[in-house]
Every structure is written in structure tokens, then in C-alpha cells.
Design a protein around this ligand. Structure first.
Ligand SMILES: Cc1ncc(COP(=O)(O)O)c(C=O)c1O
Length: 403
């Protein structure tokens, strides 16, 4: 290559795109596992979806309480479209605030036991509130395994970001000691999205109190799932009142899309007037708001859903462990099964889908600490579904000498 063309190549910012060949390598092997097409759900209250015209048992959805296929939630969304139309065409601050946004905020504040709440159009954007909260000469202190939206929200702030080893309280304490005289906030996932383990929110709250730090807990995967009322890991650990900000999404147990932050009135008022993803984006559409409101009502009134969810999750986790799979310990509906080799992982996923008609999620590093099949359970799964999954996994696990 001539010197001139070498220089042209180096100056072309698209060069990295041409060198990014991993997806096409997996496509050539027929093992590319992403962007699979779903064509609908089987019926109401069913964990089966339709793919390629066939019924597939869904074990890869964050629809923890099964409410996306609940007739009451669907009806609420349809009614809202009839009343408000399909979109709001504007920011909350200008023409995009509906009476039902305010109603949902009030209902959520009461549910999570905080003074005030603010809803955003997605959960990802909700964690953008951290960029407003952390400013110059202030510190965001994050667990190493927090969700990408927290990383994005904090790194786009003007503050300084520090990380501590996953769920490691002594590592956190040594950071807090160094920053004892600085303004700061500790940020964690209540339930970690990939590994499914729970943050020790009680210990976090104790350390934050000791070192004068605020505490922000992302309850995306805990809401509707953990705690007596279903508020999440903070409630489960008995310290809901000690957490300064509870964050949640509507894309999981709430059967919708959107998110919220909840905390002291003045803090929420500040976020409302300073958070870019809140101010400069169109508000959450009415059908999504109505679906989330109906889901909240069901979460409050039907605790048996989360009981069944945790029961089925534990059956699957125990059975897979008994079969000698490398399964993460835990109690949540997220069950990661480690499969180190990425080609075997793709083959395992593909066999489960094509031969057994079961959908799970293949996850690769660095999205998680290990390469894994991530199983997600729903309240509409029963013991029979659990048995189908476990038997299929044992069959394929033996084929690839994983067990
Ligand atoms: C812990 C956590 N926070 C935030 C989000 C973003 O939420 P959403 O997908 O609703 O935008 C997710 C999504 O997976 C998540 O797992």
C-alpha cells in the first residue's frame, strides 16, 4: 500500500467499521444469534410467542409478571389511544404533559414511598438524570457491573466517575474514605441485569450514611419482583427509606416502555428542569402510560404473581445446578448459565431455539462477566414450562459436553 493510501485509510473514521467483522463471521457459520424476528404472541396470558410461524416458549423476556399479554393491560392501552391518540408530539415541558402522566407520577410516588416522581420516555433516558445530578467537582461512584444506561448517564455528566468492584463493600468503603469530604452519590443496580444478583442495599445505605454520600438504586429488575410490596431490592433489604433515589423502568414488570425517578420533592424538581433527556425529548405516549398504570394496579393487588415467579425461577435454578450446569447463585428470575466457548454458546442457543422451540438470550463478554445463556422467567410460566426448559437444556448440554 502506498504511503498516500495508508494515510487516507488512517484518516478515515469509517476504517474501524470495515475492520469490524465478527458479526459477519458468525453469520457465515450460520450462528449469528441476534435480531431474531418475533411475529406476535400465542394468546393472552401465554408464555409462547410466534417465530417463523411456529410456537416458541419464551424464556428470554423481561416481561417478569407476564403483563404485556394481560387483557386488562392491553385494554387500558387501547382506551388511551382512543382518548389521546398515538403520540404526544412534544416534550413534557411544552405541549407533552397529559393528565395521566401526572396521575402515574402520583401513584408511583405513593408506591415507592417517596415524596415525588418524574417519568421519562425510556428507562435508558431516565438514568440520564444522573448527568444533571452530578456536576463539576462532584463524584459518581458506580458498581463495576451497573447497566450501560448508568454508565452513559454518569459519563455524560461534568463530574468525576469512580468504579468499585462488583458488590464489594470494602472496595467501596476505601473509595468513600478517600472522598469523604467531597459531594458524591453511589449508584447501583438493585438487581444486576446480567448476573441477576442483588445489591446489598442495606450495607450500601449504611456506608453512604457513614461517609455522607447519596444513594441511587436502579430497580429496573427488582420492581414488581422483590419485596413484600414489589418495590424491589431496596424494599427486600429493608432500607427503602434510606435510599435517596429509586429509579425504575416500565419495560419489564410494568409491561410498557418508559421509566421514572423518585425521591425528595426538591431533587425531583431540579431533575425536571435540568435533565436533558427529560427536557429535549417527546413525552411518554398515552398507551404506554395507561399500560404502566394498569400494571402498577395489578402489581399492588396480585402479589401471588411475584410469588409464583420466584418459585418457578428457583425450580429452574435448582434443577440446572443439579444437572451440573454452571449456574449463578441467586433468587431472582434472571438465571445465567455460563458457557465459556462463544461458538458452543451460539450452537447451544441455536439448538434450543430451532430444535426445542425455546427462546433464551445469549450474552457475550464484555456485556457480562462471563459468556452465558441468560434465562429470564415470567409469572405466566408454570412447573410444566420449567420442566420443558430443563429437559431441553440437559439434552443439549450433554451434546456439547457441558454437563
Ligand atoms: C438495570 C437497567 N437499567 C436501565 C435499563 C434501561 O431500561 P429501558 O430498556 O426500559 O430503556 C435497563 C434495560 O435493560 C436495565 O437493565
Amino acid at each position: 500500500m502506498s504511503e498516500k493510501s495508508q494515510k487516507t485509510e488512517r484518516l478515515d473514521i469509517f476504517q474501524k467499521c470495515y475492520a469490524f467483522t465478527k458479526p459477519s463471521e458468525f453469520k457465515k457459520m450460520g450462528l449469528y444469534p441476534y435480531f431474531k424476528e418475533f411475529m406476535g404472541v400465542e394468546t393472552e396470558n401465554s408464555p409462547y410467542v410466534i417465530m417463523d410461524g411456529e410456537k416458541v416458549l419464551m424464556f428470554g423476556s423481561n416481561n417478569y409478571l407476564g403483563l404485556t399479554v394481560d387483557p386488562r393491560v392491553k385494554e387500558a392501552a387501547i382506551d388511551a389511544i382512543k382518548r389521546y391518540g398515538t403520540g404526544n408530539s412534544g416534550s413534557r415541558m411544552l405541549n407533552g404533559t397529559l393528565d395521566i402522566h401526572l396521575a402515574l407520577e402520583e401513584e408511583l410516588a405513593e408506591f415507592v414511598e417517596k415524596e415525588s416522581t418524574l417519568i421519562f420516555s425510556t428507562g435508558f433516558m431516565t438514568n440520564g438524570s444522573l448527568s444533571a445530578l452530578i456536576t463539576r467537582k462532584e463524584f459518581g461512584i458506580l458498581d463495576k457491573n451497573v447497566h450501560a444506561s448508568i454508565v452513559n448517564g454518569t459519563y455524560s455528566s461534568f463530574g468525576e466517575i469512580k468504579r468499585f468492584r462488583h458488590n464489594n463493600m470494602s472496595d467501596l468503603e476505601s473509595l468513600l474514605k478517600k472522598l469523604v469530604d467531597e459531594p458524591k452519590i453511589v449508584v447501583v443496580d438493585g438487581v444486576f441485569s446480567m448476573e441477576g444478583d442483588i445489591a446489598p442495599v442495606d450495607k450500601l445505605a449504611e456506608l453512604c450514611e457513614k461517609y455522607n454520600s447519596r444513594l441511587y438504586v436502579d430497580e429496573a429488575h427488582g420492581l414488581g419482583v422483590l419485596g413484600e410490596k414489589g418495590v424491589g431490592a431496596s424494599e427486600y433489604c429493608g432500607v427503602l427509606d434510606k435510599v435517596d433515589i429509586i429509579m425504575g423502568t416500565f419495560s419489564k414488570s410494568f409491561a410498557s416502555t418508559g421509566g421514572f425517578v423518585a425521591g425528595k420533592k426538591d431533587v425531583i424538581e431540579y431533575i425536571k428542569h435540568n435533565s436533558m433527556p427529560f427536557i429535549y425529548s417527546a413525552s411518554m405516549p398515552a398507551p404506554s402510560v395507561a399500560a404502566a398504570r394498569k400494571a402498577l394496579e395489578i402489581i399492588k393487588n396480585e402479589p401471588e404473581r411475584r410469588k409464583n415467579l420466584l418459585k418457578v425461577s428457583n425450580i429452574i435454578r435448582d434443577e440446572l445446578k443439579r444437572a451440573n450446569f454452571k449456574v449463578y447463585e441467586g433468587i431472582t428470575p434472571i438465571i445465567p448459565v455460563v458457557i465459556e466457548d462463544e461458538v458452543i454458546l451460539c450452537k447451544f442457543f441455536q439448538d434450543l431455539l430451532v430444535e426445542e422451540k425455546i427462546y433464551t438470550n445469549p450474552i457475550f463478554m464484555p456485556a457480562a462477566e462471563n459468556n452465558m445463556i441468560r434465562i429470564s422467567c415470567m409469572a405466566i410460566h408454570n412447573e410444566e414450562h420449567a420442566e420443558i426448559l430443563v429437559n431441553s437444556m440437559i439434552k443439549i448440554g450433554k451434546k456439547y459436553n457441558l454437563i
